[in-house]
Ligand binder design. Structure first.
Ligand code: UD1
Ligand code: CA
Length: 459
């Protein structure tokens, strides 16, 4: 069986990005650009070779151990880049994928590979018919066959009118590629070894060179600068939303909804406008995510309601819980089933048990709350003494009166009560009442005496 090796090109300098980090590490809908061709390569190829530039250790790490990385020490062009992969490729078919075209679909590449294998061509180019071919290499044909590719900057005015462009995705018969690549010369405007010139070399030698047109020219959009990054992201974002809607998710306003590629959402969940969901978040079914929520790397079970403007990161929320409006779950928070976290509540590294309520204006940090606990408005866990963080434990069915300060480390036993306005510094046994506040003093008739004194002073 003919083996397929994917060579992913990611050594280009990405000058037009004007960035300190390699172009292929820039994120697109939550994944670095390089993740997209690697995903395609994994779906189709037997072996993956990644060509990176110098100082690209981060790219290599991100690619993973199943990818062979080779370094192109000098950036002498896309042809030179492919040549660096030669000793890692072996025989069979070589599929070249650019690192900067994340919209290419697996189906399109599969069509290219199938065509190439059936036709037994020496090379097959994936091309696209585009309305604005400026900047792309143009495909020159003769009698239907591909003759050569001319780069935009080397093209004549007549050639620039050609609308069929080179996508930079190719299949080659390995046995034909390497000798042809050896014949490529850097005699062009940039003084580079162009992979595109292999097409002309093969065709002049009488080899068969085919082209396969992408059904959707939009797939051929490359990311060379930040404007293109934004344009491509807009297309990818819409694809993600379409996939979710096809799976039964209601998205009220796709134009203002930002959901990253790694997110999964169950059917009959409704997403309101201006929602952002990032990372590897999972959302169950029958949830409501209301206006302006920002959910990052978090897990929501089924029938969870996020009222407007909740911010969640690295947290989990169990079935039937209700959050917000305006609450903040910081990392490692866990809200149990049927629990309620209300407005202006901040949780950090805390667990709220089944059916417990923290309805208003609280800070709960490094705390574990049992079931059916009620935390009154304005309650604060004082978890930090300026040096270390300390834990608070609150047993099942405890009742914390409003505006209490719980000074950790602290344990409040099951069913205990804390009087409103208390500062609690010592553990409270189960079932006890703890009150820690100044005693109220009442002075009868005080106001009248005060008025009288004032009048005497004036007289
Ligand atoms: C390239 C094609 C052009 C095509 C366009 C599609 C060439 C000469 N031109 O142009 O015909 O229409 O893509 O987007 O190939 N690379 C390296 N090492 C290098 C130079 C490039 O690895 O020394 C890699 C880049 O990372 C990129 C690919 O090769 O993945 C193409 O290089 P790029 O500079 O982006 O070429 P374009 O000008 O976009
Ligand atoms: Ca490019």
């Amino acid at each position: 069986m003919d083996r397929l090796t994917a060579v992913v090109l990611a050594a280009g300098e990405g000058k037009r990005m004007r960035s300190r980090q390699p172009k292929v590490l820039h994120p697109l809908c939550g994944r670095p650009l390089i993740a997209y061709p690697l995903r395609t390569a994994r779906a189709l190829a037997d072996r993956i070779v990644l060509v990176v530039g110098p100082n690209a250790a981060d790219v290599v790490t991100l690619a993973g151990p199943d990818v062979r990385a080779v370094v192109q020490r000098e950036r002498l062009g896309s042809g030179h880049a492919v040549l660096q992969a030669k000793s890692d490729c072996g025989d069979g078919t070589i599929l070249v994928l650019p690192g900067d075209m994340p919209l290419l679909s697996v189906e399109t590449i599969e069509r290219l590979v199938d065509h190439h294998r059936k036709s037994r061509a020496a090379a097959t180019v994936l091309t696209a018919l585009v309305a604005e071919p400026n900047g792309y290499g143009r495909v020159l044909r003769q009698g239907g066959r591909v003759k050569r590719i001319v780069e935009d900057r080397d093209a004549t005015d007549a050639e620039k009118k050609i609308a069929e462009i080179n996508t930079s995705v190719y299949c080659f018969a390995a046995a034909r590629l390497w000798p042809a690549l050896g014949k490529v010369r850097p005699d062009n405007d940039q003084g580079e070894y162009y992979l595109t010139d292999v097409i002309g070399v093969l065709s002049r030698a009488g080899a068969r060179v085919d082209a396969v047109l992408t059904p959707d020219p939009g797939e051929a959009a490359g990311v060379n600068d930040r404007k293109q990054l934004a344009e491509v992201a807009a297309v990818q974002r819409r694809r993600i939303l379409d996939r979710l809607m096809e799976g039964g998710v209601t998205i009220l306003d796709p134009a203002t909804t930002y959901i990253e590629d790694g997110v999964t959402i169950g059917p009959d969940t409704t997403i309101h406008p201006q929602v952002v969901i990032e990372g590897e978040s999972t959302i169950g079914s029958d949830c409501v995510i209301a206006l302006g929520c920002h959910v990052s790397s978090s897990h929501l079970a089924d029938r969870v309601t996020l009222k407007p403007y909740c911010v969640l990161s690295e947290s989990a929320v169990d079935d039937d819980a209700t959050l917000g409006p305006f609450c903040h779950l910081r990392p490692l928070s866990h809200v149990g089933p049927q629990a309620k976290v209300g407005n202006f509540v901040e949780l950090k590294k805390s667990r709220i048990g089944r059916g417990s309520k923290v309805p208003h204006l609280s800070y709960v940090g490094d705390a574990t709350l049992g079931e059916e606990v009620n935390v009154g408005a304005g309650t604060i866990t004082c978890n930090y003494d300026g040096v270390a963080k300390h834990e608070t434990k609150i047993g099942d069915r405890a009742f914390i009166g409003t505006n209490s300060s719980l000074v950790a480390p602290l344990t409040v036993g099951e069913g205990a009560y804390i009087g409103a306005g208390s500062t609690i510094t010592k553990d409270v046994p189960p079932g006890a009442l703890a009150v820690g506040r100044g005693h109220q003093v009442v002075k009868d008739g005080w106001a009248a005496r005060k008025t009288k004194q004032r009048e005497e002073h004036r007289g």
